[in-house]
Design a protein around this ligand. Sequence first.
Ligand SMILES: Cc1cc2nc3c(=O)[nH]c(=O)nc-3n(C[C@H](O)[C@H](O)[C@H](O)COP(=O)(O)OP(=O)(O)OC[C@H]3O[C@@H](n4cnc5c(N)ncnc54)[C@H](O)[C@@H]3O)c2cc1C
Length: 535
Amino acid sequence: MNRFNMWRSIEAHPKAWDMLVVGGGATGVGVAIDAASRGYDVLLLEQSDFGKGTSSRSTKLAHGGVRYLEQGNIGLVMEALKERGLLLQNAPHLVHDLAFVVPNYDWWEAPFYGLGLKLYQLLAGKYGFGVSRILSKEETLEHLPTLKTEGLRGGAVYYDGQFDDARLLIHMVATAYEQGATLLNYVEVTGLTKDAQGFVEGVSARDIETGNEFRATAKVVINATGAFTDRLRLKAEPDAKPMIVPSQGIHLVFDSSFLQGESAIMVPHTSDGRVLFAIPWHGHTLVGTTDTPVATATLEPVAMEQEIEFILATAGQYLTKAPTRDDVLSVFAGIRPLVRATNVTNTAALSRDHVIHIDRSGMVTICGGKWTTYRHMAEDCVDQAATLAQLPETPCVTHHLHIHGFHEIAKEDAAKGDAAKPFGSLAVYGSDFHEIRKLIETDARLGEPLHAALPYVKAEVIWAARHEMARTVEDILARRTRALFLNARAALAMAPAVADLMASELGWDEVIRTKHLDAFFDVASNYVLHPRAPR
Ligand SMILES: Cc1cc2nc3c(=O)[nH]c(=O)nc-3n(C[C@H](O)[C@H](O)[C@H](O)COP(=O)(O)OP(=O)(O)OC[C@H]3O[C@@H](n4cnc5c(N)ncnc54)[C@H](O)[C@@H]3O)c2cc1C
């Protein structure tokens, strides 16, 4: 999978594509997998890197959403629980179950949450992840040794899924490619082309790397641009009413001492009625999130001061060691593409259901939903798009389609590495792990770590540039590895070595190398929490 081959496949494709997907997040790539695996001819264009938008900035939970159960949206919860189960079946190297503990401080909480979480477990049916139950105070502390004990009565445990969002997305891109789709990052769709009747028949696009412009035609164009949905819709219909309410959510990342053990904390009602998670993730502690309406979506949203303060204060109510600004290793923000509803003023109350909308111009828009439900969203979307484009009817085959890297015992396999230099952290590559190990066996220097605080080795940079379409230093540090999301200062320190490796792999000269490094330094500064200016 490389950009050169993708361009060749576009050049060798003079006729109209069956489907052209705009947007390389979970939604768009999910659509590309579904359509290509049904045998349709698919082109996907992403203006930045795959996953640059919301899909690398989630809480990383494959979940039914306990909160939606409380909101009474049983249908959404059941659908998401089923998708959670399918995701585990199809990508076992990237999804695993995780125990979540709801700590109880009032007498009524144990029966209340105990019952609700039992229902959550039952709704999963055969896709269940684990048995939920009420915990004594001692059992709660066994799960969460760093939970504050003052006033603690006990807890309730339930099970959900956890995954690495950007890594799963890259493996989904590879899956779509293996199914025959053509996918390009760094190509922006700048306009829509229409036929004499005013129906969308293709796109105009610009290669961000070269500035070259080109057109591509398709029987149907699918708008999967997440928080940017309305921008593309306005190009299709200048009077289109907005469908999206952008809502920002942030996370803070700390070292693992704040949340010891292997369980997560779920706080069902924060002071402002939201849900907050503290989760062990890649040897760190991830805490979030917020739900703050924002006026417009940007590709690199920045955490607001009040969001940071809110998470620090709430985490401090539950953890024995209250985290401070100095403890924050990384802060990242993402924008939820929530679907607009009438009579709802609070974005936390907006539905996470997905919507498929067909404009008068024939462009199909898919928006809303969740990471967890991407497969089901794609199935619905391709069903409708195929009918609209009058493509031969073929059934969806993604229920049991393995995601690239499929490996049932990836962790155990990767852990078998050289005892002095365990490869356990490479388990996320699934079956690709062996290829990366071969790189290291061929050149021992590629086994060297890029930073003492993080497990990433040089071979991962070569692998990502060669086989995963990584084009920039940021692609490597933010989405092929998760360095920027785990420890922004460490990522900044790793950047020059990453740039050197990419320069030799992709033939960059000093000017291009410096350009990529500077661009990374700019972006990374948003992930470093600076000391607050005195008031
Ligand atoms: C803080 C937060 C936490 C979340 N946690 C979870 C969770 O734990 N579990 C869960 O299931 N869901 C979660 N979600 C929801 C989930 O992350 C999103 O629903 C999902 O990632 C949306 O994917 P998408 O592909 O629709 O959008 P995006 O990932 O934003 O993808 C859209 C893409 O379109 C591209 N694009 C836009 N315009 C153009 C153009 N003109 N040309 C080419 N490309 C273009 C963008 O660059 C972008 O990459 C969370 C969301 C947030 C914000």
